[in-house]
Design a binder for this molecule. Structure first.
Ligand SMILES: [Ca+2]
Length: 448
């Protein structure tokens, strides 16, 4: 009798352990590169449709007030990985006055946190936070494997003769004919799917930092948009957005085939707004002001969709203010460990689960140093923007004026004062960047 009781207890403990393991979801974060919010039909795309990403939204939760980490690649990815906004993060622009910055060896990242709690961790696509030979390489930042481009400039080349896996070159014999098998995204997408398949029986984190639709604007075939009366860049860009959508569909099909749909949280987003080239031609910024490199809404507002069958109620919309700073605390919450100290984000789990209290957010802060210094704050429906730490603040009411057309700073000195205080508090000096007091644009940008 005693023995049976002990067995019963052991079985109960084992079931508890299995239960808690089952609670820890796989996390797949799919990050498009330079796609605007207006490129996706879930957010009102005008020129095409993205049915697989639509389906993520109808089966999950669509965020309507989500922001990337920055208005260009490297700082946005730095914010995503480290949970620190660009007033605190190492990378605050693609370039710095001290050269290319690599993540330091002791940096906490989403991958490290998940790796340390037993997750398999894989990254596929573009890294940008440390080249081979530096402390910033992904395999020293918590990834078991990273395949693709370490260097952002290399990532412009879709018909490259090599990609990189854990700092080693992986050479490719090019046909010279620009076929699908020569195209780097073909390999990157297939490695993404392979990683998911190989790790189907254990919790995994898959960072699918795919490079389309970032330039070069090239694609092996373009049957849908190839005959449109647009420039070649525009035709190819549209096809590259469609390619991202197709491969989101392939990831979803893989999860169904492996039977791990309900164990997997999938998030889709983009690292910054679209290039100016696609604002008028395609409406890629969804009618918002600005584009890539600017901290107006068109530079940082991003598609953000989360799907997790059985946990996230299908077809829901959230207007919670969120940005890439929230991924690391969300991941910590999901695996049941305390969030590391010094983060700027909050866990989104209460919102995703539709229960519990979402931690209120006073504001979101951004700064950037290219093409010139800018600061921006989103606070409720207000948006503040300025070009120097003592420059006059522009103020917009995004509810009444989502395109930031009317600067109403003169009418609301109290709000201006509040936002200026947030900017002063959140901006910390960095030895790698100079923040001017009275900045001014270095020339006009295209389409501005
Ligand atoms: Ca980008």
């Amino acid at each position: 009798m005693k023995l049976n009781f002990a067995l019963l207890i052991a079985a109960w403990l084992a079931s508890l352990a299995a239960g808690s393991a089952a609670e820890r979801p796989n996390i797949i974060f799919i990050l498009a590169d330079d796609a605007g919010i207006g490129d996706f039909s879930a957010y009102g795309c005008k020129y095409g449709s993205t049915p697989n990403i639509d389906r993520l939204a109808t089966e999950g939760m669509k965020f309507t007030r989500a922001y990337s980490g920055s208005a260009v690649c490297a700082p946005s990815r730095c914010v995503l990985m480290t949970g620190q906004h660009t007033g605190h993060a190492l990378r605050r622009a693609n370039q710095s006055k001290t050269g290319l910055l690599s993540l330091p060896p002791d940096q906490m990242t989403v991958a490290r946190l998940l790796h340390d709690t037993g997750y398999a961790t894989g990254g596929f696509g573009k890294w940008g936070l440390g080249n081979p030979g530096t402390t910033g390489v992904p395999e020293k930042q918590g990834f078991d494997v990273f395949f693709g481009y370490y260097d952002q400039k290399h990532a412009h080349d879709y018909y490259t003769d090599h990609l990189v896996r854990n700092s080693d070159d992986v050479p490719y014999q090019e046909s010279g004919k620009h076929l699908w098998e020569d195209y780097s995204h073909t390999r990157i997408a297939s490695e993404t799917l392979r990683f998911i398949e190989q790790n189907k029986d254990r919790p995994f984190f898959c960072y699918a930092a795919w490079t389309p639709p970032h330039g070069d604007f090239v694609i092996p075939e373009n049957p849908v948009f190839g005959q449109k009366p647009w420039t070649e860049d525009v035709r190819n860009y549209a096809a590259m957005v469609a390619l991202v959508d197709r491969d989101v569909g392939r990831v979803m099909q893989k999860l169904r085939d492996l039977g791990i749909d309900e164990k997997t949280l999938v998030i889709f987003s983009s690292d910054n707004g679209a290039n100016p080239e696609f604002v008028e031609s395609l409406g890629s910024t969804g009618g918002l002001r600005g584009y890539k490199r600017l901290l107006y809404e068109g530079g940082t507002r991003t598609p953000f969709i989360a799907r997790w069958p059985g946990r996230i109620q299908p077809g829901t919309t959230s207007d919670v203010l969120t940005s890439f700073v929230d991924l690391l605390p969300t991941a910590a919450h999901l695996v049941g460990v305390p969030a590391p100290k010094g983060l700027d984000g909050h866990s989104l789990v209460p919102t995703l689960h539709g229960r519990g209290q979402q931690e209120p957010r006073e504001s979101l802060y951004f700064e950037i140093y290219e093409p010139y210094f800018q600061q921006a704050v989103r606070m409720g429906d207000w948006k503040g923007y300025r070009l120097g730490t003592k420059a006059p603040l522009e103020l917009y009411d995004l509810k009444a004026d989502p395109a930031e057309k009317q600067n109403i700073a003169a009418v609301h000195p109290d709000i201006v004062h509040k936002i200026e205080a947030v900017m002063s508090k959140e901006h910390t000096p960095s030895p790698h960047y100079d923040a001017p007091e009275q900045g001014k644009p270095r020339g006009k940008l295209k389409a501005e």
